[in-house]
Design a protein around this ligand. Structure first.
Ligand SMILES: C[S@@+](CC[C@H](N)C(=O)[O-])C[C@H]1O[C@@H](n2cnc3c(N)ncnc32)[C@H](O)[C@@H]1O
Length: 282
C-alpha cells in the first residue's frame, strides 16, 4: 500500500472538511464539480481519493450507491467513524488508486475524484483504474489544481499598484514539463507540506485518451459571492481560475481511436521549496 504525504494530515483534514467541505471546496470548487457530476440518484458512484468522505456522504444522501477509496488508512478511519454515526450505506476501502483497486471492472456509472489527481505520483495508473471500473459510457469527473495557473510554489499572485488601481497578475514559472514539488499548508503556527505533481494540460488529455476516455467538458470553477467575500483571494479568482474540472466519458472499446504515439513522461524532478509560505489555494 502506498503511503502518501497526506497520511499524517488525517486529523487536520477531517476537521477542515467536516461534513460540508471548507470554504474553498464548499464555495468555489464543489458547486462546479457537483454540477458536472449531475444527478446521481440511482447511480453507482466511486469516490476516488475520498478523504474524509464528505462528498461520498452527499452523493449517498442524494440516492447514489457509493464506494469511497483512499490510500490513507487514518483518513478512511475518520470516514468510517462518520458513517457509523450516520449510516448511509457507504462502503469505504483503503486502496492505492494508482494500482489495482479490489473492485469489479465495469461496476460504476460515475467515478468522481475531487482535488486529488495532482496528489498522485502515478496518476496515469489511477486514470486507467477509473476507466476499468466504469461501465461503457460511464463518466469520470475530476477536479484538480488548474495545470495552467496553479503549480504550488512555482506560481503566485503579483499585485501591481498604479495610481488608484491595483492590477492582479498570475505569475507562472514552470508549465511545460511535469515536476513534483512541496505544497505548503498552514496548520495553526506550523507549515506542513504534501507532495504535489504538476503535469501540463496536454499531458492529461493524452493520458485520458490512452485510457479510453473522451473528454466531454472542461470547466473552470468561478467563485461564488460567499467565496469572494470570505477569502483574501476571492477577487483574484474572478479572472484567473485556480481549479479545473474534467469530465470524460469511457468509450466502448471497439470505438476507441488509436493510442497516441508519444508516451507522456511519468514522473519529474522533485524540486524542494526552500521557504514555503502558508497557502491554501485548494
Ligand atoms: C486534497 S485530498 C482530497 C480528498 C477528498 N477528495 C476531498 O475532496 O476532500 C487528497 C486525497 O488523496 C488521497 N490520495 C493521495 N494519493 C492517493 C492514491 N495513490 N490513492 C488513493 N488516494 C490517494 C489522500 O490520502 C487524500 O485523502
Amino acid at each position: 500500500m502506498a503511503t502518501t504525504s497526506w497520511e499524517r494530515l488525517a486529523d487536520w483534514y477531517d476537521a477542515k472538511q467536516g461534513d460540508e467541505g471548507d470554504l474553498w471546496h464548499r464555495t468555489l470548487i464543489d458547486p462546479t464539480f457537483l454540477r458536472v457530476v449531475g444527478d446521481v440518484h440511482g447511480l453507482r458512484l466511486l469516490d476516488l481519493a475520498c478523504g474524509n468522505g464528505y462528498l461520498s456522504r452527499r452523493f449517498a444522501r442524494e440516492g447514489a450507491t457509493v464506494v469511497g477509496v483512499d490510500a490513507s488508512s487514518p483518513i478512511i478511519r475518520r470516514a468510517r467513524a462518520r458513517e457509523a454515526k450516520e449510516p448511509l450505506g457507504i462502503r469505504y476501502l483503503v486502496a492505492d488508486a494508482t494500482r489495482h483497486i479490489p473492485l469489479e471492472s465495469g461496476s460504476f456509472d460515475i467515478v468522481a475524484s475531487n482535488m486529488a489527481l495532482m496528489d498522485m505520483e502515478d496518476v496515469e495508473g489511477a486514470i486507467q483504474e477509473a476507466a476499468r471500473l466504469l461501465r461503457s459510457g460511464g463518466r469520470f469527473v475530476a477536479s484538480l489544481c488548474h495545470p495552467c495557473f496553479d503549480q504550488g510554489p512555482s506560481s503566485t499572485w503579483i499585485l501591481e499598484r498604479f495610481f488608484r488601481t491595483t492590477k492582479v497578475w498570475r505569475k507562472v514559472a514552470r508549465y511545460r514539463h511535469p515536476f513534483a514539488d512541496e505544497m505548503p499548508w498552514g496548520i495553526e503556527e506550523r507549515t506542513v507540506t504534501t507532495v504535489g505533481y504538476h503535469r501540463p494540460l496536454s499531458w492529461y488529455a493524452r493520458v485520458l485518451r490512452d485510457a479510453g476516455f473522451l473528454i466531454r467538458s472542461l470547466e473552470e470553477p468561478e467563485p461564488t459571492p460567499e467565496f469572494i467575500e470570505g477569502s483574501p483571494q476571492g477577487h483574484y479568482v474572478v479572472e484567473i481560475p485556480l481549479h479545473l474540472v474534467i469530465e470524460a466519458v469511457q468509450w466502448p472499446t471497439r470505438a476507441r481511436p488509436p493510442r497516441s504515439r508519444a508516451r507522456p513522461a511519468q514522473t519529474a524532478s522533485r524540486r524542494k521549496t526552500r521557504s514555503p509560505k502558508a497557502s491554501a489555494t485548494r
